[in-house]
Design a binder for this molecule. Structure first.
Ligand SMILES: [Fe+2]
Length: 259
């Protein structure tokens, strides 16, 4: 599984978890996180179903993050021996995997609070994430990060942060292959009277093809297609400024939505 839904009286995210390569990485990362001044805890195997021991801590923003090295592997629907390109029993939009999430982080320049900046620094310095793209705002001599896109794989983002009034969830995104799949996903959403936030378009940032929509609980989800570009540690960071914010987020309308 990629996602666990649990009963709650409001929409939001409990925690986000990433897999590390080796079990020993959890011990090394625990030391680095503690040395940074953030408390950690090791949770025993099966705290989450089918998942090995987990390293639990909070990002500077307070978001609960877990790292684990083992999870029961169930293979894909087409298997790994002479596989067909797609299985016969695709349901709904046929999302392949959970691609990334965007966490909203408190940003209040008047109070000197910028959790986008603090989370980004922590993720890069301690968790070895790389920065692919950023939105910088404010005066020339004091530019502040208003949003950042970070990766550990080779896609433009595995995790992103955007400034907002409070710490919370902006959206989680599921991967589709291509633009045709995005169109079909929008058809399926309309068939099912889904609340669509942003109809099919392209993000300037990451270059992904996208739909934003709300699930019945009120959480914003995204279907995200295309791999954008090959993200590599030595790729120059892409920077967007305030005057190009609209096209950075939604490339076609070049306007932000109120939500
Ligand atoms: Fe996204």
């Amino acid at each position: 599984y990629s996602l666990i839904l649990s009963p709650a009286d409001k929409a939001g995210i409990n925690h986000v978890a990433y897999k590390v390569e080796r079990d020993a990485d959890l011990d090394a990362l625990q030391q680095r996180i503690e040395a940074y001044g953030i408390k950690t805890e090791i949770q025993p195997a099966n705290t989450l179903p089918f998942v090995g021991r987990m390293l639990k801590f909070n990002l500077p923003s307070g978001h609960d993050m877990r790292l684990y090295a083992q999870k029961e592997f169930v293979n894909t629907d087409v298997g790994s021996s002479n596989p067909d390109p797609w299985p016969d029993d695709i349901k709904g939009t046929g999302a392949h995997w959970l691609d990334h999430c965007l966490l909203m982080c408190e940003m209040n320049p008047e109070k000197g609070i910028n959790m986008v900046e603090e989370n980004t620094k922590f993720c890069m310095e301690v968790l070895d994430f790389y920065l692919s793209e950023q939105i910088l705002v404010g005066p020339e001599n004091a530019k502040a990060k208003a949003a950042t896109w970070l990766f550990r794989t080779s896609t433009p983002h595995d995790l992103a942060f955007v400034g907002g009034p409070i710490n919370g969830l902006h959206h989680i995104a599921f991967f589709l292959d291509n633009w045709n799949d995005i169109l079909k996903a929008a058809d399926i959403m309309s068939k099912n009277k889904t609340s669509v936030d942003v109809t099919p378009t392209r993000h300037g940032i990451t270059r992904g093809e996208t739909i934003y929509f709300f699930d019945p609980s009120g959480n914003r989800n995204e279907t995200f297609a295309g791999l954008g570009y090959l993200a590599q540690p030595d790729r120059p960071v892409t920077t967007w400024d305030e005057s190009h914010l609209g096209q950075g987020i939604f490339y076609h309308t070049r306007e932000l939505t109120p939500s």
